[in-house]
Design a protein around this ligand. Structure first.
Ligand code: BTN
Length: 252
């Protein structure tokens, strides 16, 4: 039973984080939103063993097999101005990559916050905000060895990539510890977050094609701007992107 597996780490989580484990949820982001709107405290982590409607970015379904993956959402009530809350996307991606690194799995960040091991996605993040709260939804492939055909070529798990087992509870604890530090930096110390993201940016120096709000583009990624945007050089010049979908590396 999931509860027992996480019992030992629940007491070791940094303040104000506290864990609520449900066997079943629709989407932990949706269920945590309902709790947040009813006054749940900052730091509540809702983890579900099974999600019937787990969601990824852009409305995609999220595959999170029971016992092999982690699907959880974290409630934050940031003190930083609301205009800075989008920074949580980069901060949480960095926290995941750093947590995996501490466990011996040197991960990269595919801007803004997919986490990659060996050029495959090992974790994804869905940040959603409410009136006075933010929900950071996280899906991590921990011990999965087989993926459905639609993602088999682009997904991996910690175990598959590193060739050794990982305990879900240890991964969860490492992630929450890093998150507690990085998410606190969106106000005054965001430069430190950016430095960490730049160090682990999988896209810098790469030739890519991407979909932007103004259409498809192709170019070279020059890095991450002081505001956290992606810097793209195309044949028309340099531009910064706040948001881009379907970023694909173009092999030379
Ligand atoms: C992505 O890469 O597209 C984001 C995936 C986010 C999945 C997690 S699993 C826990 C939480 N609940 C959801 O419905 N989605 C997020």
């Amino acid at each position: 039973m999931a509860q027992g597996e996480f019992h030992a780490i629940a007491a070791s989580l940094p303040d104000p984080f506290h864990l609520l484990v449900r066997e079943n949820a629709t989407s932990t982001n949706d269920e945590l939103r309902a709790l947040a709107e009813n006054g749940a405290k900052e730091g509540l982590i809702l983890l579900a063993e099974n999600q019937s409607a787990g969601r990824g970015r852009r409305g995609a379904a999220w595959f999170s097999p029971s016992g092999e993956s982690l699907a959880f959402s974290i409630l934050l009530r940031p003190q930083a101005p609301k205009a800075l809350w989008p920074r949580l996307a980069l901060a949480s991606g960095l926290a995941l990559a750093e947590a995996f690194g501490k466990m011996g799995a040197e991960a990269l960040i595919k801007w803004p916050n997919d986490v990659w091991l060996q050029q495959r996605k090992v974790a994804g993040i869905l940040v959603e905000s409410g009136k006075d709260f933010v929900i950071v939804g996280i899906g991590i492939n921990v011990t999965t060895l087989e993926f459905p055909p639609e993602v088999a070529a682009i997904a991996t798990s910690l175990q598959l990539a590193m060739g050794r087992p990982f305990l879900r509870a240890d991964v969860l604890a490492a992630v929450i510890h890093q998150l507690s530090q990085r998410c606190a930096q969106i106000g005054n110390h965001f430069d430190e977050v950016l430095d960490g993201v730049r160090l682990r940016c999988a896209l810098t120096g790469q030739h890519v094609s991407l979909l932007t709000s103004s259409g498809p583009k192709t170019g070279w990624i020059e890095g991450i701007s002081p505001g956290g945007e992606l810097i793209l050089r195309t044949s028309y010049g340099v531009e910064t992107l706040m948001q881009a979908d379907e970023i694909r590396l173009i092999p030379l």
